[in-house]
Every structure is written in structure tokens, then in C-alpha cells.
Design a protein around this ligand. Structure first.
Ligand SMILES: Nc1nc2c(ncn2[C@@H]2O[C@H](COP(=O)(O)OP(=O)(O)OP(=O)(O)O)[C@@H](O)[C@H]2O)c(=O)[nH]1
Length: 502
């Protein structure tokens, strides 16, 4: 039986053909038929919001401003708005793929933590604010590039930005603090700063400890640690409330105290000579250590310990020889929290590395076996964030860096950070047993007579590696700490495991 193309022109004849008791023997040509898109289906789909199924999440109904077939139609960021050069008749909805062509997708495939990933102009995200967005324009941000001499048209903000740029390396990196807020922590108040940058599309953070900003009296001993890019004026139309909402305020916000900051809050200043330089920690994200209290590493306790140490108040000698009373001022410093999970290899690879570690390999070898370097982190963004905070610059304050990692010190110095001192981070589990068996740093207080087991139990109850917790002990942690010293050269005296250990 031969069926001509003409006999399959409608649904019924096609159905008959497909369900006939005897399959056709002769070659049958079936013409491809594209069904009309049912207008009802179109209406239902448009009103039901974005598509989220596996096959459809990259497609959406767009205003027909672009030819769906055209190169780049998948790129939603190219859409300039309905009114831009759109002919009236093309305003109807069009089903457009938001997925880049396969060649493009494969070409840009990079590993999770690759800092070379194309950034989607993160500095322009000021329109994430709930308030009316300022007109899209390049807003002031801190550049890692040496700033050219100021022109006559330069504003005060420009002058401040210029004074904070010290790196001698040519770089296109810019960072901008998008928002800041006060966070009460178990160690005292901190200001959380969220940064965007032009290098990667991650949101890096700075946890600034500087409670003197709440008090006029204490702030005269040292300049406040404030973000230049946050305090800058972002647009001529920005209101006081816009500024306060994104954290550009002075003092402590309350229902009765709401003072927006000015760029001049950041005039470069030097601390009183007797005040130690601010204590700084560059911390790399560790989901396992910080979020679920993993005892495979010391990252959770390091983050907590850093905030605790930075928050410790500073005692100054009395200002006049006649007075015997020393002065105490609140601690100052910052933790720059970089989103470079797993020493830069990403969480997925770190999880795989843990399995290799369970097979007997150490943290360095496991990384190498997975095709990574022992450490793939970079510190350029950290240095730019610190410059934005006025820290470690040539004309501002130097920093005391909390770390045992010599590579970190070298990398930050290469970025132009002025480090006046390295402050070691002794793991709590080593610190405690070394000092006194009943010494307790935090949490539940140990008492004389507590045996080792009791101490560990108290520490576990106190929160282990999590923020506000005590020390954690365990074989995995011990192995990790020793590998850092023995294979990665961390500058830390080994805690003797037993009498035969070095
Ligand atoms: N690849 C890998 N990363 C790990 C492992 N354990 C912790 N990390 C990551 O290591 C980073 C912390 O680095 P560390 O090497 O512990 O310490 P450091 O920051 O180099 O040095 P310090 O400043 O002295 O603390 C975080 O990003 C963790 O996620 C591991 O076993 N494998």
C-alpha cells in the first residue's frame, strides 16, 4: 500500500495511517507538519509565570523585541526595554530561548570556582535595590589600577578613591560595596559588607568590627573603618533613604537615629600612634566547616576565632603622665570572606577530595589526584576590598594579618597590601591542651577536676566549630592540621601527638 503525501494532510488520515492493522510496505513520505500554536495554550502559559521544568526553564515568553532566531536572542541582558526601537507590530509575545547556543555554552564551560568566568557587569546591580533605581551609569567604585592624576573636574569622591588605590599592577579589577548592615555576633557587633566586583560573579563579603563607630567619643582615637564605594554618592537622584537602606549611614540606626553618611566620612586618617594596626583575616569559604560544623578542618573555628580576636578590646596607656587610668577602646579590624570554597577548587571537588582522603590520602595529594593544584586561591579581590575599606594602603593604616599561611602573606603583599605584622592563628584544640587542661576559651567554663573526656563533652555542647563555640577535637581534624604544617608550610608549631612526635 502506498500512501501519497496528499492523503496525510489532516490529523485523522495521519491517525488512520499510524494505527492501520497492516503496516504499509511501500516507502511512505510523511511531510513534516508544524501544528499551529494553540492561542489558549499560549495565553495559559503566559499567565502562569516563568517555566521551571527541566526542558523549559531556559525559555520564556519575551516581548517580541528580538528575532528569536537571531544570533544573541537568548541573551536577555541585551533587551533594552519595549520602547527602544521596537516597531508596534512586533510587541506581541514571542517564545524565545534564553539558553545560549550549544557552542557558546560549551565554550564558556568552566569549573565552579574559575575566577575567569565572565562577570555580568556586577557593578551595575544597584537596581537590585527596592527603591527606585538610579539611571544606569557607571557608579564610583574602587579600582585596583593605579589612579591617574586628578583632573580639575574630579570630585571629592574621586579624590578619596584615588587615595585608596595603591597596587602597582595594572588590573581591570573594581570592587563596589553594594550594601552594609549591622550584625550582632556572640563577640559583639559587626558590620557585614556585601561586595560586587568585575572579576567574577560572586558576592564576596567583609565583616568589619569597629564598634567605635557607634560612639563619637571613641572614634577620635582611630579613623572609622568604612567603605569608600559605599559612602560615595551613586547618583544625583539618590535620596537619603536610598543611602540609609544600602547602609551608607553613620552611627547606629534606630527609629530615632537615621543619619545618611557623606563621602567625606572617609577622609584618610591615621590612628593614634599607641593604637595597634587593625587586625585583619582573609578567610576562604568553607561550607562544611562553617555551616555543618565539620571537624575535617578548622575553618569554622578559625572564622569564629578571628571575629573573637578582632573584637577584643584594646587597652591603651593613659594619655597623660598624671593619670593612672589606662584607656580601653573597642577592638577594630575586619574579616574578608572570599567565596573560594575548598581552597578554590569548589565544593564539588572538595567533596570528592574528602573521599580520596578517606582512602588514606592527605588534603594536598587528594587535590592533585583530582587534577587541581594544592591551592587555587587568589587574593586580588581581597586586597581591593581592603583598599576600599582604607586598610593596608600606603597612605592609610597598615594591617596585622591573622594567618599561618606564608603563601597568603606573599600573595597579599604582591597585591600591594601593607602588612605590618603577622599574627598566628593557633588551632583551639592545640592551644587548649598546650596551655592548661582546664583552660576554656569560650562557651561552657571548665572547672578544676574535669577530666579530658568531660572537657571534650563540654566543648561539644558549647558548639564545636560553629560561631560562638569552643574547640573541637578529632582524628580527621588532627590529620588536617598536621598536613597544613608538614606539607603546606603553615607557620605553626606542631602540637605533639605523643611523646615520640617532634
Ligand atoms: N581542597 C580542600 N580544601 C579544603 C579542605 N579542608 C578545608 N579546605 C578549604 O580550605 C580553605 C581554608 O584554608 P586553610 O588551608 O585551612 O587555611 P588558610 O586560609 O590557607 O591558612 P590560615 O590563614 O593560616 O588559616 C577553605 O576554603 C576550606 O573550604 C580539604 O580537605 N580540601
Amino acid at each position: 500500500m502506498t500512501i501519497g503525501i496528499e492523503t496525510l494532510h489532516d490529523d485523522l488520515s495521519l491517525l488512520n495511517f499510524l494505527t492501520a492493522p497492516t503496516p504499509p510496505r511501500a516507502k511512505t513520505i510523511i511531510k513534516r507538519r508544524d501544528a499551529e500554536l494553540d492561542p489558549l495554550l499560549l495565553a495559559a502559559a503566559t499567565s502562569s509565570g516563568p517555566h521551571v521544568t527541566r526542558n523549559h526553564y531556559t525559555h520564556d515568553f519575551f516581548p517580541g523585541v528580538m528575532d528569536p532566531q537571531a544570533q544573541g536572542s537568548w541573551d536577555w541582558t541585551r533587551w533594552q526595554g519595549e520602547d527602544v526601537g521596537v516597531k508596534q507590530e512586533r510587541k506581541k509575545l514571542t517564545y524565545v530561548s534564553r539558553q545560549a547556543p550549544r557552542s557558546k555554552r560549551l565554550g564558556s564551560e568552566t569549573k565552579e570556582n574559575d575566577s575567569r568566568r565572565e562577570a555580568v557587569d556586577p557593578l551595575k546591580s544597584a537596581d537590585n535595590l527596592p527603591l527606585p533605581a538610579p539611571k544606569k551609569q557607571r557608579t564610583p567604585s574602587i579600582s585596583a589600577q593605579p589612579t591617574p592624576a586628578l583632573t580639575r573636574s574630579s570630585t571629592l569622591t574621586d579624590a578619596l578613591l584615588a587615595s585608596s588605590s595603591t597596587s602597582s599592577e595594572i588590573s581591570d579589577l573594581e570592587v563596589k560595596c553594594m550594601a552594609r548592615t549591622r550584625i550582632p555576633t556572640p563577640h559583639g557587633p559587626a558590620f557585614l559588607h556585601l561586595y560586587h566586583n568585575t572579576r567574577d560573579n560572586k558576592e564576596h563579603l567583609a565583616i568589619v568590627v569597629d564598634p567605635a563607630q557607634f560612639s563619637d567619643e571613641q572614634s577620635r582615637y582611630a579613623p572609622p573603618i568604612r567603605s569608600r564605594s559605599l559612602d560615595a554618592v551613586w547618583s544625583a537622584t539618590e535620596t537619603e533613604m536610598d543611602r540609609i537602606t544600602r547602609g551608607a549611614y553613620v552611627g547606629r540606626l534606630s527609629a530615632t537615629s537615621q543619619a545618611a553618611s557623606l563621602p567625606s566620612e572617609n577622609l584618610p586618617g591615621m590612628a593614634d600612634d599607641s593604637i595597634p594596626s587593625p587586625l585583619i583575616r582573609i578567610h576562604s569559604e568553607c561550607f562544611t566547616g562553617e555551616t555543618i560544623g565539620s571537624m575535617r578542618c578548622d575553618c569554622g573555628e578559625q572564622l569564629d576565632e578571628a571575629i573573637r580576636l578582632i573584637s577584643q578590646s584594646i587597652t591603651l596607656p593613659s594619655p597623660s603622665s598624671g593619670s593612672s587610668r589606662p584607656i580601653t577602646i573597642p577592638g577594630r579590624g575586619a574579616v574578608v570572606y572570599l567565596r573560594q570554597e575548598g581552597r578554590g577548587i569548589g565544593l564539588l571537588s572538595k567533596i570528592r577530595a574528602y573521599n580520596l582522603q578517606d582512602l588514606g590520602h592527605d588534603t594536598v595529594t587528594a587535590n592533585l589526584m583530582l587534577g587541581h593544584k594544592a591551592d587555587e586561591r587568589g587574593y586580588e579581590i581581597a586586597a581591593a576590598i581592603l583598599r576600599d575599606l582604607g586598610l593596608g594602603t600606603e597612605c592609610g593604616e597598615g594591617v596585622r594579618l591573622l594567618t599561618n599561611n606564608p603563601d597568603k602573606v606573599a600573595a597579599l603583599e604582591k597585591e600591594g597590601l601593607r602588612i605590618v605584622e603577622r599574627v598566628p592563628m593557633i588551632p583551639r584544640s592545640w592551644q587548649k591542651r598546650k596551655q592548661h587542661p582546664v583552660h576554656s576559651l569560650l562557651g561552657e567554663v571548665a572547672v578544676a577536676g574535669d577530666d579530658e573526656e568531660m572537657l571534650h563533652e563540654k566543648e561539644r555542647r558549647a558548639g564545636a566549630t560553629l560561631i560562638g563555640g569552643g574547640a573541637a577535637h578529632g582524628d580527621d581534624l588532627e590529620k588536617y592540621l598536621r598536613t597544613k604544617v608538614l606539607r603546606m608550610g603553615h607557620m605553626l608549631p606542631l602540637f605533639p601527638m605523643d611523646a615520640s612526635d617532634p
